[in-house]
Ligand binder design. Structure first.
Ligand code: SF4
Length: 200
């Protein structure tokens, strides 16, 4: 961005008596001191930025076209939503059918305040509560931030065997692609002995 234009933008914001128009975002607002104020207002207004899969570019495109809350967004057909182009880096890219479908489903859940299951999670054949050994995973990430670099930042694992204390393991990935890779390798290194029945 042109530096002079950016400085002018900052001066305009500093002199303004109203909040600048800015979508909330799952990761960008995380540590911001204004988080409560911005998110409370966005949730109150049912702002389309609170709908998962509505990225920042889509927000600007839709908001600029007058689609400001998710009730209005829900009025758009999935097909029309999929065709809308939003800023994407230096280009423009269609929202696309897969993302449009997810957005509509998310709004449906928000409107009805109910969980909508995309498909029932398949359980391994023969599993019954109390089956041992049992391996539990808690993989955490931010699926809404493709730029984060880390696919999974926390690998939580618990192995419950026939007897003895359950073996717990926490792997926290370092930053960036390398941290992501190392987290995966650490997870594999821990999982391999268990796979051979030797985990402790
Ligand atoms: S919480 Fe912070 S980062 Fe998020 S929209 Fe408000 S000012 Fe911007």
């Amino acid at each position: 961005m042109n530096r002079v234009r950016e400085i002018n933008r900052i001066i305009r914001i500093r002199n303004s008596t109203t909040a600048p128009l800015e979508p909330v975002g799952w990761s960008k607002c995380g540590f911001c001191v204004f988080r409560n104020a911005c998110w409370d207002a966005a949730v109150r207004d049912k702002d389309i930025a609170t709908v998962p899969y509505v990225d920042q570019g889509a927000w600007h495109q839709l908001f600029g076209s007058g689609v400001k809350n998710y009730h209005q967004l829900y009025e758009l057909s999935e097909e029309l939503l999929a065709e809308i182009k939003r800023p994407w880096g230096k280009h423009r890219r269609r929202i696309g059918p897969a993302r449009a479908r997810k957005i509509k489903k998310q709004i449906q859940a928000l409107k009805t305040n109910r969980i909508i299951m995309a498909s029932p999670p398949p359980l391994p054949p023969g599993y019954r509560p109390g089956t041992r050994p049992l391996m539990m995973f808690d993989l955490e990430n931010d699926v809404f931030d493709p730029d984060l670099g880390v696919k999974v930042y926390l690998w939580g694992c618990l192995l419950v065997k026939e007897s003895g204390t359950p073996a717990a393991k926490l792997i926290v990935a370092g930053p960036g692609v390398e941290g992501d890779r190392q987290g995966w390798l650490d997870f594999l290194a821990w999982r391999s002995p268990w796979h051979r029945g030797q985990a402790s």
